[in-house]
Write a new protein. Sequence first.
Length: 413
Amino acid sequence: MTVTTTASLAVGQRSLGDPEIRFPLWPPLRRGCPRSGSDGMTYPVEVDYDYARVPDGFLTAPAPRGSGLDRWAPLLPPLAAPGLGEGGTPLVEIGDGVYIKDESRNPTWSHKDRLNRCAVSAASALGAPGVVVASSGNHGASAAAYAARAGLRCVVLTSTGLPPAVGSFLAAYGAVVLPVPVEDRWPLTERIAEEFGFHPVSNLTRFHTGHAFGPEGYKTVAYEIAAELGVPKAVFVPTGYGELLFGVWKGFDELHRLGLTDRTPRLFACEPAAGGPLAAALHADVPATGVEVGDTDAYGIDCRVNSYRGVLAVRNSNGRALLVDDPAMRRAQAELAKQGMWVELSAAAGLAGLRTLPDTGDDEDGARFDGPVVCISTSSGFKDAGTGTDTPPPADPAWEAVRARLRAAGIGA
């Protein structure tokens, strides 16, 4: 299959289970590597590039205004679908060398826009009439936006408890939304792909191999951090299936291999304590495992299984998997709100992970860092399920009543 591309240096797909196993670039493998793995374990694939041809100035060339991921096109899969100016999100310092990479500034208010620019580009290049995605939140909203931008239909298999903001996104973009039980989402994704020719942009396997091209978009988070800040000592990443975690690691690793940086940071995967399949897989020294998930409001990252991508990212970066409970995420969410950033509870997991480390020790055991650290905040507070329930009652406009309310809030007291 031949697909016309511009700027991309992508040359093929490679198994993460056995890097010697390679495949052509097209079509993107929908179910991971078909030749590695056993006993129900399927390994993801990654995209490989002609690194010898990466242009000079890849990291330092100024970004054209509104260029989105196109700035990084040589080290991305072919960007066949138009973008929305995704990426280029700010690094906000909140004190003591801690920076927040605020992904809520993306077009649909989450990091998923980076993934969907790449995944929907694959659908567009293949001539698919639409995309299908299983998602209860950010992924669905983002896929719908990029499908609309590319002139494609979008089907979203989701839950009945869809957050209001996500539902508004989906309605605005004209997606077909089907709330179904969780266990039915993935079989229906595959059936819709088979019968209607829609391109799946989410997972189809037990241990989450996901889309072959999508996680490549997350590498741009690392590129942007390195271009603006240099290489931090550590990066704390809210982690569900681990695609963002892997993309950030791969981005920093590529820059180091190309000689554009002198090292890579440690990566800390921050999972809900109610589950934590990546932490369990690392502890058991297995590529992937499943866990029972307890009650948590961090619905965006409450995954039952991990992906091997996350295991690779933590091991290769000399990192760790941290478990954070809902109170810790709420404290981090409140801390960010006091800094002017309102984030989804799941998005606060990165800062929560940093704040749960001990106050003494050294950077080898994850405590004190002699340089900047970055916490990735993945999405806007509008995406939380309970958003919109705390509207204050009307206020008496009489001055005495207003003054009393202000003093009760500690103003002028």
